[in-house]
Ligand binder design. Structure first.
Ligand SMILES: Cc1cc2nc3c(=O)[nH]c(=O)nc-3n(C[C@H](O)[C@H](O)[C@H](O)COP(=O)(O)OP(=O)(O)OC[C@H]3O[C@@H](n4cnc5c(N)ncnc54)[C@H](O)[C@@H]3O)c2cc1C
Length: 466
């Protein structure tokens, strides 16, 4: 049992006071809901005086304001400040880990579960909230074993609890911002708060983030009626409203079905001339069964308009060239994604789209370094293991991996498999790789110390055969 598990689930009840159409308020609502921190939302424009009385509603307060039962308050806090206050872990408890995992989506959660359950000192760093994209899915219908489907939030909550039960440590709102690439294991990882930890092996499972829609008004109204992805916690705000979704893949179809149960009308805005190409049949069938869902093909959002929040969209029909102004209360954008790897740009080899290259991709058909048989993109004579990146001992899995299938089941499978490969790396390669890298120009040991063997290697246990 993880002694920290209790402290990672907040019991503090708090009030989040803000404006519905304020981006910071929206972001904090999402952060709290997705990390399952109990809170009560108070719309300052409608409820504050009633709920708190004039004395507690401070004019000029910097919204959103978080009020706590002990009388303390945080005005417009950062995720980390709020996480600290409600008792979520924001800093690692150890200096060195066997396995560091970046990202707590399905891939990172699976790696955490198998890493911790197989005796590795495991830490997971998550930038925002446990669950990644899967945690935002209203209903996952194609995950093995859930015949009636399962909400993404429930699936990831179960996985999180399971991984914690085996002793994986989760650090929230303090993401990895870099790895020292000039060294060998144990590597140093730099965190957003300026601190660092060491690890013997790492799994990068940072997934993807939404591609931005480039149209006038979109950026200004983001968080104020315009959202990337579907925000389950926001759905109640759209009861009896007219909402629009841009996108044609499964995530857009799921959002349409989910929102159709509360909204008056849901319009799917699709640039192409069909949805059959990108969307699963079962979702198309479900959309057809909801009479308040309309699909507008060959249509694009020309602009978004509104002062305090979104009120209108201008849609352009690319077949006729005609533009139409429509009343809109919400716009959800799901138009594809890009890997969250900008921070790894000069550290780990990426493909042209920014996905992390792994395994044989690093050596196949790649020019060798003169005088050696090794590839320019891989520093050792031995071949990289499957899922191993251009930094030995650092693996990439899930959506962020070049060539990956973007599915929950695949992410989970890759996360679990990566742990098996981490064992193989630690048992068979870590020490020899370190010696080779040490001898190479441009490589230096992170702290000048001698190679620090993980405890289980010193004990001689053969983890590679697990
Ligand atoms: C709305 C929606 C519905 C979907 N429905 C389905 C479905 O029904 N079936 C299905 O199979 N798939 C579905 N998918 C796809 C599926 O969710 C993804 O394929 C899966 O979540 C990928 O998992 P992952 O762990 O690789 O990455 P992600 O889920 O993207 O998780 C990555 C995590 O890493 C974190 N992160 C990013 N950068 C850093 C950093 N520097 N440091 C630390 N953490 C970081 C992110 O905050 C995130 O939590 C859906 C996706 C969406 C968006």
């Amino acid at each position: 049992m993880n002694p920290n598990a209790g402290s990672e689930r907040s019991q503090t009840k708090l009030w989040l006071v803000g404006q519905q159409h304020d981006k910071n308020t929206h972001d904090l609502r999402e952060f709290l809901s997705r990390n399952r921190v109990p809170f009560e939302w108070v719309d300052v424009e409608h409820d504050a005086v009633l709920r708190f009385g004039a004395g507690e509603h401070t004019p000029g307060a910097k919204y959103p304001v978080c009020l706590f039962p002990d009388g303390s308050r945080l005005e417009s806090p950062s995720y980390r400040a709020l996480a600290d206050k409600v008792g979520l872990r924001t800093r690692p408890s150890q200096v060195t880990y066997d396995l560091a995992i970046y990202g707590a989506g399905p891939a990172g959660l699976a790696a955490a579960l198998y890493g911790a359950s197989e005796g590795l000192r495991t830490v997971v760093f998550e930038r925002d909230a446990i669950g990644g994209q899967a945690g935002t899915s209203s209903r996952i219908e194609n995950y093995l074993g859930f015949a009636q489907g399962v909400s993404g939030a429930e699936l990831v909550e179960r996985a999180h609890e399971q991984a914690q039960r085996f002793g994986a440590e989760f650090v929230i709102a303090n993401e990895g911002v870099g790895v020292d690439p000039t060294a060998h294991a144990p590597y140093r990882m730099f965190l957003a708060d300026g601190s660092e930890v060491k690890f013997h092996a790492a799994v990068i499972a940072v997934g993807v983030t939404y591609r931005l829609l480039d149209a006038p008004g979109i950026a200004a109204l983001t968080g104020r009626g315009v959202y990337y992805g579907t925000s389950i916690s926001e759905a109640t705000f759209y009861r009896d409203k007219n909402v629009f979704i841009v996108g044609s893949a499964n995530s857009a179809g799921q959002a349409a079905v989910f929102l159709s149960s509360v909204a008056r009308s849901v319009t799917l805005v699709v640039r192409g001339d069909s949805i059959e190409k990108d969307m699963s049949d079962y979702l198309i069938g479900q959309m057809r069964a909801h009479s308040n869902i309309t699909v507008r093909l060959q249509t694009q959002v020309e602009s978004a308009e509104g002062d305090a929040h979104l009120t209108e969209l201008v849609l352009r029909d690319s077949a006729t060239g005609m533009s139409e102004r429509v009343s809109a209360d919400g716009l959800f954008i799901l138009i594809g994604q890009q890997p969250a790897t900008e921070w790894l740009r000069d550290l780990i080899r990426r493909d042209v789209r920014g996905f992390l290259m792994t395994g044989s991709e690093l050596t196949a058909g790649i020019e060798a370094v003169p005088g050696t048989t090794r590839s320019r993109w891989w520093p050792l004579e031995r071949d990289p293991l499957p899922f191993e990146t251009s930094v030995p001992g650092v693996f990439a899995v899930g959506d962020v991996r070049s060539g990956s299938t973007k599915r929950v089941a695949t992410a989970v499978g890759e996360g679990a498999t990566a742990v098996r490969l981490v064992h193989e790396y630690l048992a068979a390669h870590a020490v020899a790789d370190a010696a080779v890298l040490e001898a190479q120009p441009g490589h230096s040991h992170a702290d000048g110390a001698s190679v620090d063997l993980p405890p289980f290697l010193k004990g001689g246990r053969d983890l590679a055969n697990r």
